[in-house]
Design a protein around this ligand. Structure first.
Ligand code: UD1
Ligand code: CA
Length: 459
């Protein structure tokens, strides 16, 4: 087996984005561009993946974490210079090295694999991934000789009129024989209109040495989209969204209005799930069969059980069981866990709370830092009073308890199994199991008092 390495170029500032955020960290469908590239490359079972970082080095490293090794390019002197920064790690290794840019988020593992197969089959020392572009402006053009052989790549700014008319572009992704790559890189100069050391110049150097240089042309231009500005960013977003949505629809998910449905690249959705318009499903979310999401729901990093319905609501980093009904207008905040058959109705906020099977908070409640058993009914307007201005405290509501409307449960407090809390109570002591607790002032009725008040009225 040939050793496989990958180098991801991500040191540039991305001036054309006009942004405080470094270019490769701009998200496409909720995931930073460079993470898309690294995730696809890592599917190739590489011996090592190295990301070249420079501008925003720390932030890029925070994002990619252990999915990559890193080298720093102190000064951004060009893509060739960027690859050279990995010299001390890779130069004398035998094997194949893929080089990709951190700003081509639509690149897929399948295409990378096809390029590598082509590289092997043609026994080339370098293979360029190329594409046919309707509008090639801005890309490096692939210049072929009379026999169709790839000769060199010329950058937009260095291209003659004739060269600018060429529509075959360099996608910025390549495959090299590792040792030949590093030897050739030492011969790259910065004698060009941008004064940069261009990685694509390696092609001409190898070609001049009579080494085999080949090109693998992808049929899908979208894969090669290089995002240099926000116009391209919006294009990438649209294409990625289309790709993700089509994948789900082909697997049996109904997207009622695909154009208005936003699903992240790592989301998993079961069969016969229906997603209504205006919904965003992001992060590491999994949705089981027959669930219904939306319209207008935002879900991030959640597990959602089968047949659960989430209407016009927000749920983050939580576990939601099967046949749960959420919304409209509910907010499930992080670290919550809702058992099967739970109901969380309109204007209910749940934070860091566990709900056992079949428990309900149907209207206008706040349940935070709470452990709610199963079969509990939380009446309209109930509040777990969890915060004294400094610390947070837990409320425990045991199985089958009934909390009357407009109650305050001042934590730390426990309402025992099967207990009742009368409506309007402010509970600050534990309620024993099976008890009824009433904590409100008694009502006094003063008969005939209205006429007394009326007689005192002036005019
Ligand atoms: C590059 C290619 C071009 C190709 C296009 C595909 C060169 C000279 N040109 O142009 O042929 O058609 O990509 O999208 O390679 N970077 C560094 N260090 C540097 C310079 C760049 O790490 O010193 C990184 C950038 O962060 C970026 C990637 O390399 O992720 C590509 O650089 P960029 O400036 O976007 O190159 P393009 O002009 O798009
Ligand atoms: Ca680019």
């Amino acid at each position: 087996m040939t050793n496989k390495y990958a180098v991801v170029l991500a040191a540039g500032q991305g001036t054309r984005m006009k942004s405080k955020l470094y270019k490769v960290l701009h998200p496409v469908c909720g995931k930073p561009m460079v993470q898309h590239v690294v995730d696809q490359l890592n599917k190739l079972e590489l011996n090592e993946l190295i990301t070249v970082v420079g501008f925003g080095a720390e932030k890029v490293q925070d994002q990619l974490g252990e999915h990559s090794h890193y080298v720093v390019q102190e000064e951004q002197l060009g893509t060739g210079h960027a690859v050279l920064q990995t010299d001390h790690i890779l130069a004398d290794k035998k094997g194949t090295t893929v080089v990709a840019c951190g700003d081509t988020p639509l690149l897929t593992e399948e295409t990378l694999q096809k390029m590598m197969d082509h590289h092997e089959a043609t026994q080339a020392k370098a293979t360029i991934l190329t594409a046919h572009a309707e509008n090639p402006h801005g890309y490096g053009r692939v210049i072929r000789g009379g026999n169709g052989q790839v000769e060199r790549i010329v950058e937009q700014k260095d291209a003659s009129q004739d060269e600018q008319a060429v529509q075959e572009i360099n996608t910025g992704t390549y495959c090299f024989d590792n040792e030949f790559l590093f030897k050739a890189l030492k011969g790259v100069s910065n004698n060009n209109s941008q004064g940069e050391y261009y990685l694509p110049d390696v092609i001409q150097i190898l070609q001049n040495q009579d080494e085999i240089v080949s090109a693998y042309q992808t049929t899908d231009f979208s894969e090669s989209l290089g995002v240099n500005d926000r116009v391209a960013l919006a294009q990438a977003e649209k294409l990625m969204k289309q790709r993700i949505n089509e994948m789900h629809m082909k697997k049996g998910v109904t997207l009622v209005d695909s154009d208005n449905t936003y699903i992240g690249p790592d989301v998993k959705i079961g069969q016969d799930v229906i997603v209504y318009p205006g919904s965003m499903i992001e992060g590491e979310t999994t949705i089981e069969d027959d669930a219904v999401v939306g319209p207008h729901s935002m879900i991030k990093d959640c597990h959602i059980g089968a047949e659960t319905v989430i209407k016009q609501s927000v749920a983050t980093n939580s576990r939601i069981g099967a046949r749960v009904k959420i919304g409209p207008f509910a907010h499930i905040r992080p670290e919550s866990s809702l058992g099967d058959d739970v109901k969380v109705g309109n204007f209910v906020e749940i934070k860091k709370a566990v709900f056992g099977e079949g428990s309900k908070a149907s209207h206008l409640s706040y349940v935070g830092d709470a452990d709610v058993g199963s079969g509990v009914n939380i009446g309209c307007g109930t509040i777990t009073v969890n915060y004294d201005g400094n610390n947070k405290f837990m409320t425990t509501i045991e199985d089958d308890a009934f909390i009357g409307c407009n109650s305050n449960l001042v934590a730390p407090v426990t309402v025992g199994k099967g207990a009742y809390v009368a409506a309007g109570s402010t509970i600050n002591k534990d309620v024993p199991a099976e008890a009824l607790s009433i904590a409100r002032s008694r009502q006094t009725n003063k008969e005939g008092y209205a006429s007394k008040l009326n007689s005192n009225k002036k005019d």
